[in-house]
Design a protein around this ligand. Structure first.
Ligand SMILES: [Zn+2]
Length: 158
């Protein structure tokens, strides 16, 4: 798998909770490489979850200001402290919207070889990790907006 088309907003795969990975095999490593290639071919920033390229597995990659990686079967432990910042989604290109989220997050996951990894992040990276983890649950960031703002968001989509 190389660069894949990114599924857009109304694609049902984005609304389907993804399955946990059970086989840490060549296919999984190919999926991670494909996600990395796809995010780098686009804006080269932020993150991309497997459902966004049509694969219903709990895997995502992140690329932000020199920090990059991938996480498989992530479990998130967010902080109480929350902040508002602009957020966007590669599945809804061209629209940024302010959204409140926890400021920090600790993620426990596996890497593509099945090795346990723990990642602590704050600020924008914490936001990216939460946004991508939401994709694995079939949740889009607009679902977290108040209904009135969500309607304005939908109207602002190209
Ligand atoms: Zn997204």
């Amino acid at each position: 798998m190389a660069v894949q088309p990114i599924r857009l907003f109304d694609d049902p795969v984005l609304r389907t909770p993804a399955e946990p990975v059970t086989d840490f095999d060549r296919e999984l490593r190919g999926l991670v490489r494909s996600l990395q290639a796809t995010v780098r071919a686009g804006t080269g920033r932020a993150g991309l979850a497997a459902p966004q390229i049509g694969v219903p597995l709990r895997v995502f990659v992140y690329e932000l200001d020199g920090r990059s990686g991938h996480l498989v079967n992530p479990r998130l432990d967010p902080s109480e402290r929350r902040i508002v910042a602009d957020e966007a989604c590669l599945s809804a290109p061209g629209v940024w919207w302010p959204l409140e989220r926890p400021y920090m997050v600790t993620v426990r996951a596996r890497d593509m070889f099945g090795k346990p990894v723990t990642l602590r992040a704050l600020g924008t990276l914490a936001r990216v990790l939460q946004h991508e983890a939401d994709h694995l649950d079939g949740v889009l960031f607009i679902d977290r907006l108040p209904a009135e703002e969500r309607e304005r968001f939908l109207a602002a989509l190209p």
